[in-house]
Design a protein around this ligand. Structure first.
Ligand code: ADP
Ligand code: MG
Length: 269
C-alpha cells in the first residue's frame, strides 16, 4: 500500500464506531482533505484529530451536566441586573462562578431575602456558570427533594439516596422556607445537611432569615445544629431589596422616559 492508495472509508467508519470516536468519525474526511492539500505532516493530522475528539467530549459532558441539573431556563448572570441588588458584589459572584475556591472545600452559599428579589435567578445563574466551568450541579425545589428523600426513607434507602447526591458538587435547594412544618418531613433535610458538611456544597435560598427558621422547622435542637453547620463555611447574601417583579411592573406602567431609580420607586410606594 502506498501513501496515495485510497482507504476503505466504510471500514474506517466502523473502526471509529468500535473505538467510540464519534467526533473523529465526523471530521476526518474534511480534515484529511485539508491535510492532503496543505501537506500536513502525519503527526499534525493525528494531533488535530485527537484534539477534536477531546474538545467534543468536553462539550458532550457539559451538555449532559446541563440536562441533569434541571436549572430553570433563561436565568443567567448576564441577564442578572446587579444594580437592583446593590449589596451584592458582582466581582464576588463572578469569582464564585469559577467554583474552585469554595466547591473544593464543600463550603455553602446562602441567599436570604423577600420574594421576588432574584434569589432563585441568582442561584440558577450561578449553577449554570459552574456547569460551564466543569462542575456538576443539581437545582431542586426544596419541597421536591424532601418528598424524594422521604420516599427513600420509607424504603430504608435514605442513606443511599443522600450518597447518590454526592456526585453533585453543588446542590441548590431553592426555597427552604416552603417545606412542610412536619418534623419527620423536615428531618431528612437535616440529615442531608449533616452528610454534606465540609464535603459537598449547598446553595440554599430562603425567604426567612435564620432567626425565623424555628418557625419552619419544629425541632429546635436539630435546627440549631443545621444552621451551625451551614454557616460554618458559608457566604451569605442578604438580598433585602424591593421585589424585582414589582419594580419592573411599576417601571412598565411609568413607560419610557426618565430611567426610574430605586429611590423614585421607593418614594412612590
Ligand atoms: P426570588 O427567588 O427571590 O423570589 P426570583 O429569582 O424568582 O426571585 O425573581 C423573580 C423574577 O424577577 C424572575 O423572573 C427573575 O428572573 C427576575 N429578577 C429578579 N431579580 C432580578 C435581577 N436582579 N436582575 C434580573 N432579573 C431579576
Ligand atoms: Mg425563588
Amino acid at each position: 500500500m502506498t501513501a496515495t492508495d485510497p482507504i476503505d472509508a466504510g471500514r474506517l467508519s466502523l473502526a471509529l464506531n468500535d473505538l467510540r470516536l464519534p467526533a473523529i468519525k465526523l471530521v476526518w474526511p474534511e480534515l484529511a482533505a485539508r491535510a492532503d492539500k496543505e501537506g500536513w505532516p502525519a503527526a499534525r493530522f493525528l494531533a488535530a484529530l485527537a484534539e477534536h475528539e477531546i474538545a467534543e467530549r468536553a462539550n458532550r459532558r457539559i451538555q449532559r451536566h446541563l440536562e441533569e441539573a434541571r436549572l430553570p431556563p433563561g436565568k443567567t448572570l448576564d441577564s442578572f441586573d446587579f444594580e437592583a441588588v446593590p449589596m451584592l458584589s458582582k466581582a464576588q459572584i463572578m469569582a464564585l462562578a469559577a467554583g474552585d475556591s469554595w466547591l473544593e472545600k464543600g463550603a455553602n452559599l446562602l441567599a436570604f431575602g423577600p420574594p421576588g428579589t432574584g434569589k432563585s435567578h441568582l442561584a440558577a445563574a450561578l449553577g449554570l456558570a459552574l456547569i460551564e466551568n466543569g462542575w456538576r450541579v443539581l437545582f431542586t425545589r426544596t419541597t421536591d427533594l424532601v418528598q424524594k428523600l422521604q420516599a427513600a426513607r420509607r424504603d430504608l434507602q435514605l442513606e443511599a439516596a443522600i450518597a447518590k447526591l454526592d456526585k453533585y458538587h453543588l446542590l441548590i435547594l431553592d426555597d427552604i422556607a416552603y417545606v412542610t412544618k412536619d418534623q419527620a418531613e423536615t428531618s431528612v433535610i437535616f440529615e442531608l445537611i449533616a452528610a454534606r458538611y465540609e464535603r459537598r456544597s449547598l446553595l440554599i435560598t430562603s425567604n426567612q432569615p435564620f432567626g425565623e427558621w424555628h418557625r419552619i422547622f419544629p425541632d429546635q435542637v436539630m435546627t440549631l445544629a443545621a444552621v451551625d453547620r451551614l454557616v460554618h463555611h458559608a457566604t451569605i447574601f442578604e438580598m433585602n431589596v424591593e421585589s424585582y417583579r414589582r419594580r419592573t411592573a411599576v417601571e412598565r406602567k411609568r413607560g419610557p422616559g426618565r430611567p426610574p431609580t430605586r429611590a423614585t420607586i421607593n418614594t412612590s410606594s
